[in-house]
Design a protein around this ligand. Structure first.
Ligand code: DX5
Length: 224
C-alpha cells in the first residue's frame, strides 16, 4: 500500500483486448464517458504471446478518434522493430517485455527517443531483479498478474509480492515511474492489487463485460 505521505492516485486503464473490435471507436467512447482516460492496447504477435491482436494501423486510426492516453503493450518479440511504427501511429506510451530482448536499456531509450513514454513489463514467472536497473529511467513498470495473451484469466496471487517489492523500491529510491498491473483485475481482486501498491490497474473483462461500467470502476478503485 502507499505510505501516508504518498499522494498517489490509482487509475483504471481499460484493456481493449476485451472490447468489441468491430466497434473500437464506440468502445473507447464508452470508457472515456465513464471517466477513464488511459486506454491499454494489447499488441500480441502470436509468438511471444499466443494471440495475434492489433498493429500500428489500428492505433493510427484510434488516435484520430480519441484524446485519451493510448498505452501500447507490446507482447511481442523484437520490440525494437515495432517502436517507430507505433510511435508514429500516435502511441503516448509504449511498453515492451523484458523477456524479449538482451538490450533492454537500449530498447527503453529507443522508445524515449521516439517521443513516447517508455515502459517495461515482466511476466508472472520473471523475477523483478530483471528490471531493477531500468527503474530509474522507466516511465512505467507493468507487472503481469496473468500470462500474456488472453483476457478473462485469473489473477496469479504470487505476483502481488512482486508489486509490493517494486513499490518498496520505488518509494525508497524515490523513483517516479508508474507501477501498473495487468491480468485478472476485477472487483474481487482489485483491493489486493491496490494494497500491494499498483497505481494503474489494467482491466479488460471487468470493464467491457460489465453492465454498469461506472459501478465497476468505482468498485475497482475502492470508492464504493
Ligand atoms: C493478457 C492481457 C490481459 C488483459 C486484461 O495478454 O494483457 O491481461 O489485458 O484482461 P482481463 O482484465 O480480462 O484479465
Amino acid at each position: 500500500m502507499f505510505s501516508k505521505g504518498e499522494n498517489i492516485k490509482v487509475k483504471v486503464a481499460p484493456s481493449l483486448l476485451s472490447a468489441d473490435f468491430a466497434n473500437l471507436k464506440d468502445e473507447i467512447q464508452h470508457v472515456t464517458d465513464a471517466g477513464m482516460d488511459r486506454i491499454h492496447i494489447e499488441v500480441g504477435d502470436g509468438v511471444f504471446s499466443p494471440e495475434i491482436t492489433v498493429g500500428a494501423p489500428v492505433v493510427k486510426s484510434l488516435r484520430k478518434v480519441t484524446s485519451a492516453i493510448l498505452e501500447v503493450h507490446l507482447m511481442t518479440v523484437h520490440p525494437e522493430r515495432k517502436i517507430e511504427s507505433f510511435a508514429k501511429a500516435g502511441a503516448d506510451i509504449i511498453i515492451f517485455h523484458i523477456e524479449t530482448t538482451t538490450q533492454a536499456e537500449a530498447v527503453l531509450q529507443q522508445i524515449k527517443n521516439s517521443g513516447s513514454k517508455a515502459g517495461v513489463a515482466i511476466n508472472p514467472a520473471t523475477p523483478i531483479v530483471m528490471l531493477e536497473e531500468l527503474l530509474p529511467i522507466a516511465d512505467v513498470v507493468l507487472v503481469m498478474t496473468a500470462n500474456p495473451g488472453f483476457s478473462g484469466q485469473s489473477l496469479i496471487k504470487r505476483t502481488l509480492n512482486k508489486i509490493k517489492k517494486l513499490r518498496q523500491i520505488i518509494r525508497k529510491e524515490n523513483y517516479d515511474c508508474i507501477l501498473e498491473a495487468d491480468g485478472g483485475i476485477n472487483i474481487e481482486t482489485a483491493a489486493s492489487v491496490r494494497q500491494a501498491g499498483a497505481n494503474v490497474l489494467v482491466a479488460g473483462t471487468a470493464i467491457y463485460d460489465s453492465t454498469d461500467v461506472f459501478a465497476s470502476v468505482s468498485k475497482i478503485l475502492g470508492e464504493e
